[in-house]
Design a protein around this ligand. Structure first.
Ligand code: GDP
Ligand code: MG
Length: 175
């Protein structure tokens, strides 16, 4: 069994659900009480990837406070990452637009690393404003894929992290 460790960053505006997605993925739970992240928090989770060579990928997930300006501090958060999960909120259209900036900043530090977009809060169906078409075209622009997700119900969360893990491992074994 091959063992790899990798750093990934969670990026997206304030309150899109970054911390909740990590909690769902790492601890399999959701907590409605609001606790905003200050600075950065690193969580760890091992994924079993059914690749040609079965692999355990340990993800170090860097969860950053949103809406910080792109400063030298942000830059050091990004350094050494092998990938990123970009999070937007299906109920707020501006959170998808913001992803363009995060991607631009992130790729200025880490060229050509894999990205996955997760459109969070799919459980809030009646408040949804972001369409599949918009998500699709944003993903295409940045040569990446997207998933619908909900930190609350768990929908799509495992899939999105697994997808990122798979791309990271495939990229490593091809270089
Ligand atoms: P962050 O600022 O991006 O880390 O966002 P948080 O994870 O702190 O979540 C912001 C708010 O959105 C909190 O009140 C969460 O309970 C709520 N939230 C996060 N994910 C979901 C979700 O999938 N569905 C719903 N209904 N609420 C969510
Ligand atoms: Mg947070």
């Amino acid at each position: 069994m091959k063992q790899l460790t990798t750093k990934v960053c969670l990026l997206g505006d304030f309150s899109v659900g970054k911390t909740s997605l990590v909690r769902r993925f790492v601890e399999s739970r959701f907590d409605d009480s609001y606790l905003s992240t200050i600075g950065v928090r690193v969580s760890r989770k091992a994924l079993q990837l059914p690749l040609a060579e079965p692999t355990t990928l340990t993800m170090l997930i860097w969860d950053m406070a949103g809406s910080e300006p792109f400063t030298s501090i942000t830059r050091t958060y990004y350094q050494g990452a092998s990938g990123a999960l970009l999070v937007c909120d299906l109920t707020r259209s501006e959170t998808l637009l913001s992803l363009n900036n995060y991607i631009h900043e992130f790729r200025s530090i880490n060229l050509d690393v894999p990205l996955i977009i997760i459109a969070n809060k799919s459980d809030l169906e009646s408040q949804r404003v972001l369409t599949d078409e918009l998500l699709h075209s944003t993903a295409q622009t940045h040569r990446t894929s997207w998933f619908l997700g909900s930190a609350k119900t768990g929908e799509g969360v495992e899939l999105a992290f697994q997808a990122l893990g798979n791309i990271i491992c495939n990229q490593r074994s091809s270089t």
